[in-house]
Write a protein that binds this ligand. Structure first.
Ligand SMILES: [Zn+2]
Ligand SMILES: [Zn+2]
Length: 236
């Protein structure tokens, strides 16, 4: 056993739930069972009633398409997210993205898996920037992808690699940003028409997901669907 006076031992015991009751990772309230999030935080996850049938962003009731999808063809067949990138959902995404919290990824993945809107044979994820991956040691989208695959009962595979560092996006006009993203990814293997699901943490303009879809389609994979935890709204 650890000496009871050691701070490290107390921390370890607390972490293992031996000494302190487990607490909600969002609000810090005690939780009774082995869930990382309390019921009231879970109930506060923002959701949309009506979404764009293509990109999954919230739209006014009665509309099928958001303003972007109404005028622009998307390389992916469909995209869905749990809800808008705000409040509790944003907090949960950050726990996965910067903390690598697998327990949180697992509960988000179950919500995401319920929103699949087409055929899926393989799950993959938007790849990390290699430098960022080395610094952080984990990749939130990959953790989410593995958990979504588990929830759906289908295989997860790294099908994409990132070719160049992310272009600096802030303050650039939309057209320029889209152009800078062309050829950002390539597929790691050839497909035989299998429908692929690409997982990522957050969708903003859909440009990243679109480039991932383009690379998979070019390599011979079938229809590409996209699942993200959250979708940003309003400003990009
Ligand atoms: Zn809570
Ligand atoms: Zn849309």
């Amino acid at each position: 056993m650890w000496p009871s006076t050691s701070r490290a031992a107390r921390w370890l015991a607390g972490w293992a739930g031996l000494l302190f009751p487990p607490r909600c990772l969002v609000c810090g309230r005690e939780v009774g069972d082995l869930t990382p999030i309390c019921a009231s935080c879970w109930a506060e996850i923002p959701r949309w009633d009506t979404v764009c049938v293509v990109c999954g962003v919230g739209v006014e009731p009665g509309l099928d398409l958001c303003p972007e999808c109404a005028v622009e063809a998307r390389p992916f067949a469909w995209a869905r997210s749990v809800g808008p990138y705000e409040g509790v959902l944003r907090a949960l995404v950050l726990l996965v993205k910067y903390g690598g919290e697998r327990a949180v990824a697992k509960i988000l993945a179950r919500e995401m898996a319920e929103r699949v809107a087409g055929e899926v044979a393989i799950v993959t994820w938007v790849p990390a920037d290699p430098l960022r991956l080395r610094a952080r040691g984990f990749h939130g989208a990959e953790i989410l992808g593995q958990e979504v695959a588990r929830a759906l009962g289908i295989p997860a595979q790294a099908l994409l690699r990132k070719l160049s560092p992310s272009p600096e996006q802030v303050g650039r006009p939309r057209e320029e940003r889209l152009k800078a993203m062309h050829g950002l990814f390539s597929a790691t293997k050839k497909g035989r028409g299998q429908p692929v699901l690409v997982v990522d943490d957050v969708m903003t303009t859909g440009a990243t997901a679109g480039e991932a879809a383009r690379a998979l389609l070019a390599a011979g994979f079938g229809e590409v669907g996209v699942l993200t935890c959250a979708h940003t709204v309003g400003k990009e």
